[in-house]
Write a protein that binds this ligand. Structure first.
Ligand code: MN
Ligand code: MN
Length: 453
């Protein structure tokens, strides 16, 4: 009998070839899908290729998808049991911290043209300066053409860069609190510096407007109806001599979106009806039409049941019978910042997918706290199906905290628990994950979808 509890480093457990090849497929996704729209587009194409039908086009089959406002996607696969018995859900979010372009953004100063911006989500602002940024998003022109922009990802594309004060002149800046070192209004990238000699006034700004008009047909007013965002221009890269980790923008939380969607596509003979629901706006409170607090999930499940002709049970009842994983990232113990962690209850890099009983902060405020019974079901499921996992709590008790979409799913009566991989440098432009943690997340989600009951 094993008296003591311990976890293993999974490089000593997993087949390395499987881990590396899974890492490669993830790197392709995470390097391409850098906004919620791009994730929805990527998975929409993949779902269609796999024969999924469009629920909102009144199509039906044993595999369907539903898309909301280009920023949510719900994937459903029928199981051998009726949906009346509830679903096994995985919920994740596909928005990540970033820098959004304001609605009237272009200005010039000191012969340099810049975009005014408004950052999105919890960032350490000083991390986003002096690095290559790419512009992603949509802009809807006067004639209603919807342009999708993606500038800065190709090797020959220009990039956008936010400047920072040289150390020689930064004595005052360096004395500031880190929160104030870079001001929100100083996160404006350089977008040009060439004059248009035909003009006297605003000749640098005019040059950029002319280029935008010649190249894309854009006029300045079009920025009013745009959603443009700056994201790190880097592609995902292997980390270390041993290539054991992946650094990328947007692991939080697209790593869970990817592993969940892949688990749903790959699941063999699921018993329950299984679903993956991807939300937007988690990083700013889950509000709005595409956030986890919106009515979309309830509406889509109601629609799914009516398309299946189920009348004796309500969608509400089905949700109350359902179980869900709130698939989001946790923090791995960082050897450079051990002080922020309570080591015995922190996730260890490489020790597998993390089961987080509760989130929240302070005295567990705003926590969704999974019951001991639910944790036991997961423990039994994972132990019985060779899914190595660990438990984790986000940092020391009084040091901070965070939440996920779990509490909004719990409000619907879904029994929910947080499960996902642990990252280093969460919310930074370049976050780090261990390849074995990535892989164990995938197999954990797949086992949950196939077998949880
Ligand atoms: Mn997250
Ligand atoms: Mn986050």
């Amino acid at each position: 009998m094993e008296l003591k509890y311990s976890t293993k480093n999974l490089w000593e457990v997993f087949n390395h070839d499987e881990v590396f090849s899974f890492g490669d497929s993830y790197k392709d996704f995470i390097s391409k899908a850098k906004t919620e729209r791009e994730v929805v587009h990527y998975l929409h194409k993949e779902a269609e290729a796999k024969g999924f039908k469009d629920l909102f086009q009144n199509e039906m089959g044993n595999k369907v998808f539903a898309i909301n406002d280009n920023k949510n996607i719900l994937l459903i696969r029928e199981g051998s049991e009726s949906v009346e018995n509830g679903l096994n859900f995985i919920f994740a979010h596909i928005d990540s911290p970033r820098i959004d372009i304001k609605q009237n953004p272009i200005y010039e100063g000191a012969d340099i043209v810049l975009f005014k911006t408004h950052y999105y989500g919890g960032i350490k602002k000083y991390q986003w300066v002096t690095m290559p940024l790419a512009l992603h998003g949509v802009i809807i022109l006067k004639d209603s053409t919807k342009l999708e922009l993606n500038i800065g990802e190709e090797e020959n594309d220009p990039v956008f860069v936010i400047s920072d004060l040289l150390p020689h002149l930064a004595r005052k800046q360096m004395e500031q609190n880190a929160r104030e070192v870079i001001q929100g209004e100083a996160l404006d990238p350089i977008i040009g510096s060439m004059p248009d000699s035909e003009f006297e006034k605003d000749k640098f700004k005019t040059k950029i407007l002319k280029i935008l008009n010649e190249k894309y047909g854009i006029v300045e007013e079009d920025f009013i109806s745009a959603e443009l965002t700056l994201v790190p221009a880097e592609k995902a890269r292997d980390v270390g001599f041993d290539r054991s980790a992946i650094a990328s923008y947007g692991h939080d939380d697209r790593i869970c979106a990817f592993t969940a969607a892949k688990a749903l596509f790959d699941a063999e003979n699921p018993k329950k009806t299984i679903a993956v629901m991807l939300f937007d706006k988690e990083e700013i409170g889950s509000d709005g039409i595409t956030g986890a607090q919106s009515d979309f999930l309830d509406y889509a499940i109601e629609k799914y049941m009516s398309m299946k002709g189920i009348k004796n049970v309500s969608a509400r009842e089905v949700l109350h019978k359902s179980y869900g994983i709130s698939a989001d990232v946790n923090a791995a113990l960082d050897p450079l910042y051990r002080d922020a962690f309570e080591e015995q209850n922190s996730a260890i890099f490489g020790h597998g997918v993390v089961v987080t009983k509760f989130t929240g902060s302070g005295g567990k405020y705003s926590a969704s706290d999974a019951s001991a019974e639910l944790v036991f079901k997961i423990r039994k499921l994972f132990n019985g199906n060779n899914v190595p996992f660990q438990v984790g709590e986000l940092g020391k008790v009084d040091i901070g905290g965070g939440g996920t979409v779990a509490k909004f799913m719990a409000e619907r009566g879904i029994s929910v628990i947080d499960i996902g991989p642990a990252l280093l440098s969460m919310h930074a432009p370049f976050e780090i994950v261990s390849k074995v943690d990535l892989y164990s997340t995938y197999i954990g989600y797949k086992v949950f979808l196939e077998k949880f009951e």
